[in-house]
Design a protein around this ligand. Structure first.
Ligand SMILES: CC(C)(COP(=O)(O)OP(=O)(O)OC[C@H]1O[C@@H](n2cnc3c(N)ncnc32)[C@H](O)[C@@H]1OP(=O)(O)O)[C@@H](O)C(=O)NCCC(=O)NCCS
Length: 147
C-alpha cells in the first residue's frame, strides 16, 4: 500500500469525494484548503481530505473507499496513516458525519469518540435530502480523538 499526498487537480477524485459528500458545492467549501491523501494498493482504493481548523485542531472532511473495495481495511489504514502524519502538529482531530450505523462505528473503531452534534446540519446546508439505508440524515455528529 502507498499513500500519496495530492497537491494539484484534487477534482480528479470527484467520484470518490461525492461518495462521502453528495453535493459538490459542499466539497468546494473545503477542498482547496484541505490536504488530500490518496491510498493506492495497485490502483486507487481510498481518499481522505483533512483541514486545519486552528493551530492544533484538524478535521477529516471527506473519507471514501470505492464500493467494491470496502470492508477490506483500506479506510482504516488511511486513517492510521493520517494520525501518524499529523501527530506532531495536531492535538485534536475531529470528524463530522451523519448519524449513520456504518460511519459512526467505523470512526469509533479507529479510536474516535463522540464529541457533539450540530442539529439539522444536513437539512440546513444541503439542497436535497440525504438518505442512508432509507433513513434521512439530519444532524451532523462530531467525533474527536486526541493524537
Ligand atoms: C466508511 C468507509 C469510508 C469505510 O471504508 P472501508 O475501506 O470499507 O473501511 P475498512 O475496511 O477500513 O473498515 C474498517 C472497519 O469499519 C467497519 N466497517 C466498514 N464498513 C462497514 C460496513 N459497511 N458495515 C459495518 N461496518 C463497517 C468494520 O468494523 C471494519 O472493521 P473490521 O476491520 O474489524 O472489519 C466506506 O464505507 C465508504 O467509503 N463509505 C461511503 C463514504 C462515506 O460514507 N464516508 C464517511 C463519511 S465522511
Amino acid at each position: 500500500m502507498e499513500t500519496k499526498i495530492i497537491l494539484e487537480n484534487k477534482k480528479q477524485f470527484l467520484d470518490l469525494l461525492l461518495l462521502a459528500d453528495e453535493e459538490e458545492h459542499m466539497i468546494d467549501k473545503y477542498l482547496a484548503r484541505g490536504e488530500m491523501f490518496a491510498l493506492y494498493d495497485g490502483d486507487l482504493k481510498s481518499i481522505c481530505v483533512v483541514t486545519q481548523e486552528d493551530n492544533s485542531t484538524y478535521e477529516i472532511k471527506n473519507l471514501a473507499t470505492y464500493e467494491k473495495y470496502q470492508g477490506q481495511g483500506y479506510a482504516r489504514a488511511l486513517v492510521k496513516y493520517i494520525f501518524e502524519y499529523y501527530k506532531n502538529k495536531c492535538k485534536t482531530m475531529f470528524v463530522g458525519t451523519g448519524d449513520s450505523p456504518i460511519t459512526i462505528p467505523f470512526y469509533e473503531g479507529c479510536g474516535f469518540r463522540i464529541s457533539h452534534r450540530v442539529k439539522d446540519f444536513f437539512v440546513n446546508n444541503y439542497k436535497y435530502p440525504i438518505f442512508e439505508n432509507g433513513v434521512q440524515l439530519t444532524d451532523m455528529i462530531y467525533l474527536k480523538i486526541d493524537l
